[in-house]
Design a binder for this molecule. Structure first.
Ligand SMILES: *Cc1c(COP(=O)(O)O)cnc(C)c1O
Length: 229
């Protein structure tokens, strides 16, 4: 066994190859161009030493779910890979908006008026413009973030009209233990009627299904980096 096997680096590049090939197959089955699907490698809870082999393997898009963790990990990583893109996929508190807008290229968890207002202020002040996704709580789970599905149209309209935000798409996290397809289809419906081109949906367990339903951004953690501690 080589040193890199012991540290799991070969695993990560092999896992990435496998995931990319599964994305290509799922896209082909759905009659879609695989180039229209962004693979976000979710590196939350994994240290810099596990992110580096993914960068070395050419992975460009990464997801983190905590602003603080990203602020600790990514400034150094970005120096070695200035072209990579960082996506915030976890809840965003308004007191972290400044830091988030400075750090992230995309924010997938815009879900309420107060956050929309703060993001608009910060985008204006900083001159940065992260891609924005509105998160929809498709399963109406009380413990989960996201705009309720029946309020999504109004919220998207408010983001655009009142706050002048450029919304690129929608994001959802289907309830655990339910068939995800109905949630993906609901998200795709809401996006279509609001003229939104991007759909952030699909994780390690269900990304092929999400691609079938139109996902443009899949967020994949454990299938690439292994189980999280
Ligand atoms: C952790 C996480 C993922 C990745 O989950 P895996 O099952 O490890 O692929 C995707 N999306 C969100 C919002 C997450 O928090």
């Amino acid at each position: 066994m080589t040193h890199s096997d012991i540290s799991g680096q070969n695993d990560i590049s092999a896992n990435l190859l496998r995931v990319r090939s599964r994305i290509a197959t799922a896209a082909k089955d759905a009659g879609r161009d695989p180039a229209g699907i962004v693979l976000i490698a979710v590196s939350k809870f994994h240290g810099v030493e596990r992110v580096l082999p993914a960068l070395a393997a050419g992975q460009m898009d990464f997801g983190e779910n905590r602003v603080q963790e990203a602020a600790e990990k990514w400034p150094a990583l970005r120096r070695s890979a200035p072209q990579c893109r960082l996506h915030l996929i976890g809840p965003l508190q308004t007191n972290k908006v400044r830091q988030a807008v400075a750090l992230f290229d995309a924010i997938h968890t815009l879900d309420r008026e107060k956050l929309a207002r703060r993001l608009a202020e910060e985008i204006q002040a900083s001159g940065r413009s992260p891609a924005l996704f509105v998160q929809v709580n498709t399963g109406r789970e009380p413990q989960k973030a996201g705009a309720p599905p029946d309020k999504a149209d109004a919220f998207i309209k408010q983001c655009r009209g009142e706050f002048g935000l450029n919304i690129g798409g929608l994001m959802c996290i289907p309830p655990v233990g339910q068939a995800a397809a109905a949630h993906f289809a609901l998200l795709a419906d809401i996006a279509a009627r609001n003229g939104l081109p991007h759909l952030s949906m699909g994780m390690s367990e269900d990304f092929e299904n999400a691609i079938w339903c139109g996902a443009t951004h899949v967020r994949i953690g454990s299938a690439i980096f292994g189980e999280r501690a």
